[in-house]
Write a protein that binds this ligand. Structure first.
Ligand SMILES: *Cc1c(COP(=O)(O)O)cnc(C)c1O
Length: 365
């Protein structure tokens, strides 16, 4: 059978290995497995979210409110925007899909950093769009600008701020200066999946969506409930842009794309601010352990504005092998070999999880 020929160029997205798989493959008990591979919240989910899910479980026979009034209303107030500026997706992942399909087509140009969130490229390839990547792994705005100047017909530029899987971020001031040089017909997507982490570490990195879309009407800001809000399993995220962009994105949205429980859980998660505060505090306190460890052991790392840290290994080690050895001990981390990088990305866990990872990692190196 013949399929869409663009699909031949797609390598499947490789998610973090699930705990169940490690239990089956290596016979390790669930309690002895730690997953630091998917940038999930190490504190699990807010108890308020669990209560909400229980209360609303009895209503799942009904379709969700497809206008998504409550969540849009709450997010509008949080960001000082209106509902016309919002779209809710099954994860911000789905909003990336909407954006690519709304703005790009066969042979459109899409600009990204060399090493960034894999879904930009995967969705772009599905429609046969061309991916242009900067020479450097991390985001370097001068490289983006040079590529853009040589390709003024670029449909979309993706800036992942902070960047997954490397962790670097850019100052708002520099991002804004860059945006001022981009033509109004190029959509610039600012993926803010880790923005609350960046803002907590250094306010100069913080991008305020309202301010962004007012100053630069050709931008789309993305946020998610999967990271600091700990709702990865419920698949809910959002996009913020001017209404003309939204109208295009809505043409791609399937009806009832977000479940009723996800919508309720997101509201509850937004209410539990202390849960997020605790998450952010633990994150940067614990990240110091990794940084100190790396310095003591002369391992390079990228200064991270996220809930993970990327360690770059010397040629003496293979990140693939290290990931494999750790896996057999029940520690799941992310090997970056598929990105062409001899390094590992480790999600910052609870203090106990981090200590155990560092202890085992020390034994290997
Ligand atoms: C996690 C993540 C997302 C989206 O996650 P969803 O679970 O689909 O909301 C988007 N971009 C980046 C860079 C991410 O790391």
């Amino acid at each position: 059978m013949q399929f869409n020929p663009h699909l031949d160029n797609i390598t499947l997205y490789e998610g973090g290995k699930p705990i169940e798989l490690i239990m089956r493959e290596y016979g390790i008990a669930a309690k002895d497995i730690i997953k630091l591979a998917s940038n999930e919240n190490p504190f699990g989910v807010s108890p308020k979210v669990v209560d909400t899910l229980q209360e609303n479980a009895k209503n799942v026979f009904m379709y969700p409110d497809d206008s998504m009034f409550e969540i849009k209303d709450t997010l509008s107030k949080k960001f000082g925007i209106t509902s016309d500026n919002l779209i809710i997706g099954a994860g911000s992942d789905q909003v990336i899909f909407f954006a690519i399909n709304a703005k790009a087509e066969y042979e459109s140009k899409i600009l990204t950093a060399k090493t960034t969130f894999a879904m930009y490229e995967i969705y772009a390839r599905q429609i046969g769009a061309k991916i242009l990547k900067t020479p450097s792994d991390q985001h370097v705005l001068s490289e983006f600008l040079a590529l853009y100047e040589a390709n003024k017909d670029t449909a979309i530029i993706f800036l992942c701020l902070p960047n997954n899987p490397l962790g670097e971020c850019l100052k708002r001031e520099n991002v804004y200066e860059f945006l001022s040089k981009i033509d109004h017909n190029t959509l610039v997507v600012i993926d803010g999946a880790y923005q609350d982490f960046a803002a907590a570490k250094d306010p100069a990195m913080q991008i305020n969506p309202k301010d962004l879309i007012e100053q630069f009407p050709n931008t789309l800001y993305l946020g998610t409930f999967s990271k600091s809000y700990a709702l990865g399993g419920l698949r809910i995220g959002y996009g913020i842009a001017q209404p003309n962009i939204m109208q295009a994105l809505y043409k791609l949205r399937p009806p009832f794309n977000v479940t009723s429980l996800s919508l309720k859980a997101a509201l509850a998660a937004l209410e539990d601010e202390s849960f997020v505060t605790r998450t952010l505090e633990n994150n940067f306190k614990e990240m110091r352990k990794y940084e100190n460890f790396a310095k003591e052991n002369k391992i390079d790392f990228i200064n991270s504005y996220t809930n993970f840290i990327t360690l770059l290994l010397s040629d003496d080690y293979s990140s693939k092998e290290i990931a494999q050895i750790l896996l057999k001990k029940g520690i799941i981390i992310r090997d970056l070999t598929s990105y062409g990088i001899n390094g590992i990305r480790v999600t910052i866990g609870t203090p106990a999880q981090n200590d155990r990872f560092l202890e085992e990692f020390q034994k290997i190196i």
